[in-house]
Design a protein. Structure first.
Length: 365
């Protein structure tokens, strides 16, 4: 066990000020804390986020996992293949299985850690129905090539943008490129909430999809008039509460400013950390995470902990989890899964802390 230091530099640290506190108290005092129908602050947040990413419509839910599960419920993927990376949080694969699909893991680009379009191309079969790219750490995937593949093979694209709120590509925000894009809002994310998620929809059938998802996020309830309602299909308890929505509204106001701070820190890391294998600088990236690759990971993490710097490992590859093991080999993903370490990059970092992180990484890696 390493030493426990009082002033430890946190891996994640949410920015909260009086605006969030006042907004939360206003919801508390209103005694209107949640509504399955998504009125009040929830619909305000949906509209503000829709305008932010410039999508056709948005549906707010209570987690990124809920967003992914609902998104895939819009398409018939039963016994069909969905191509996705293995280097992601487990929900990326679970949503495919939850909807009866078959996850097909492919390798990643070693420079960005995003899904490799060439590997997608090699994995496409007659049974493939969709591609599920993950914008890892906030780094945008190569959507141009992925869209080209999808068009050529008549495949759906559902983006996992859990890390990518504020990320851009071709001067457009992530959330506006593909038919369906799923976001996650959590205390550790760039846009923080107690819990939350959102589905951004740009599909030609977006009005129909919105109507379906409004019912499915509220246990299938539809056509409600006073206390009377109908249920025509299966649904879930996935709606967002008022506290999360009102905090999200305040967080959205400062998102661009906070993401600029993350980019500034990332640029320093890129220029001053001397490890060869590290997250590259890209002005389009929102930098939810910043990663380095080290050979003796546990030893490195112990030393960082001893000097008061929290680190993480994002992630253990999904195809190596017991539920998903099938003897598949993904050499790049497996190598990175053994070496990846994430270091603090949040906007609360002081200059002296940034320099301490850089100095410590250079010393111990």
């Amino acid at each position: 066990m390493g030493r426990v230091l009082k002033n430890k530099i946190k891996l994640f640290d949410v920015i909260v000020d009086d605006a969030e506190k006042k907004a939360t108290v206003s919801v508390l005092n209103s005694k209107f804390w949640a509504s399955g129908s998504g009125i009040g602050n929830v619909i305000k947040f949906e509209n503000k986020f829709k305008n932010y990413v410039q999508s056709n419509t948005c549906i707010a839910v209570n987690s990124g996992t809920a967003a992914l599960n609902l998104a895939f419920s819009l398409f018939d993927i039963k016994n069909k293949e969905v191509i996705l990376p293995s280097l992601s949080f487990i929900s990326t694969a679970h949503c495919v299985v939850e909807n009866g699909g078959i996850p097909v893991f492919v390798d990643i680009d070693p420079k960005t850690l995003c899904i490799d379009p060439e590997k997608i191309k090699q994995a496409i079969s007659k049974n493939t129905t969709a591609i599920l790219p993950v914008h890892f750490g906030g780094m945008p995937c190569n959507l141009k090539n992925i869209h080209k593949l999808a068009k050529n093979h008549n495949l759906n694209i559902i983006e996992d943008a859990a890390h990518a709120v504020g990320t851009t590509q071709n001067n457009k925000k992530i959330g506006s490129h593909s038919s369906i894009v799923c976001f996650s809002f959590h205390p550790v994310k760039n846009l923080a909430m107690p819990s939350g998620g959102l589905i951004s929809i740009n599909h030609p059938k977006y009005e129909k999809f919105r109507k379906q998802l409004l019912a499915r996020r509220w246990c299938g309830i539809t056509n409600r008039k006073n206390s009377d309602y109908d249920v025509k299909e299966l649904g879930w308890n996935y709606y967002m509460n008022e506290f999360s929505a009102v905090i999200g509204l305040e967080q959205l106001k400062k998102l661009e400013r906070l993401n600029k701070i993350r980019k500034k820190i990332a640029k320093k890391f890129c220029n001053e950390i001397h490890i060869e294998e590290k997250m590259p600088f890209d002005k389009n990236c929102s930098y939810h995470l910043y990663w380095v690759l080290v050979k003796n990971r546990q030893e490195f993490r112990n030393k960082m902990n001893d000097v008061g710097i929290e680190t993480g490992t994002h992630y253990k590859p999904i195809h190596q989890m017991s539920m998903y093991k099938n003897n598949q080999k993904l050499p790049i993903t497996e190598s990175i899964g053994q070496k990846i370490v994430t270091i603090p990059i949040h906007p609360n970092l002081k200059e002296v802390e940034i320099q301490k992180i850089i100095k410590s990484v250079n010393k111990y890696a």
